[in-house]
Design a protein around this ligand. Sequence first.
Ligand SMILES: Nc1ncnc2c1ncn2[C@@H]1O[C@H](COP(=O)(O)OP(=O)(O)OP(=O)(O)O)[C@@H](O)[C@H]1O
Length: 315
Amino acid sequence: MIEARGLARTFTGKHGTVEAVRGVDLSVAPGEIVGFLGPNGAGKTTTLRMLTTLLAPTAGTATVAGRDLRTDPGGVRRRIGYVAQGGGTDPSVPAGEELDLQARLYGVRDRGERIGELCARLDLEGLRGRPCGALSGGQRRRLDIALGLVHRPPLLFLDEPTTGLDPQSRGNLWEHVRSLRAEDGTTVFLTTHYLDEADALCDRLLIIDRGRIVAAGTPAELKRRVAGDVVTLEFADPSGGAPAREALSRHPSVREAVVAGDGVRLTVEDGERQLMSLVRALDAAGVELASLNLARPSLDDVFLTVTGRSLRDAA
Ligand SMILES: Nc1ncnc2c1ncn2[C@@H]1O[C@H](COP(=O)(O)OP(=O)(O)OP(=O)(O)O)[C@@H](O)[C@H]1O
């Protein structure tokens, strides 16, 4: 559904040159929900604007929804939906009229039927007469998505769809995005800097940092591949940290062992299966354990491993 090679964009202004996107390769298959994740300023919006024909690339090529970005931008536009950050509705116009206008702009023939279908699907039925400015944040995001889908595009781009929404509305929006894929097979490409959103909603993730893709895979693959499991140990005797670290850093499954406060933090390959063996190694070293905790790595651990920075700090 998307194939991009070497996509790049440089901005040149009074204050010099910014290489916002530096040669991005990406592939998105039909029916996937793909998340484009990265800190502020990483190049997410710039990439999205290139893929949606709003910004010309400085270099690279892409096919989007079966059309060439450079030679047939009109063809791309007809076959994609794009929901920008903040949307573009007029606060004084009723939601139903905005939908009608959009359907006319795209020349949708059965627009009454299509609008009814979208309103039912996105829980907008009772809101058609309400001015856009009077909708709640979650309702407005659902209207923005309906506007992006009026012409039945097979591919939908969402730029930070849940920024500014409360946790309940975010969960609700994720459900709607999933059902678009389940019911219509819509492919979704979305940007986010929320790790929980990337983890919960997306089949596959591309992590971008400073204009380059630094990691790609399913959330589970990324976590498994890059970070290992995290085991935190505390000891009956607070001075147990140093001998424990000494004993455990020789264990074949331990990639890293650091003393943290009164305890030790380990990065362990396949942590669950190794726990008993780690406990035995401690026992052999004569260190008495007070507590042990095993945690799956988070996407933040992944980002930390590939870039050396925390996604939260970077954002
Ligand atoms: N029109 C422009 N002129 C100059 N620099 C720009 C322009 N648009 C973006 N940039 C710069 O390009 C870089 C990437 O910006 P971009 O908006 O793509 O990042 P982002 O990952 O979407 O960030 P955010 O999460 O904050 O939306 C930033 O350094 C930004 O300041």
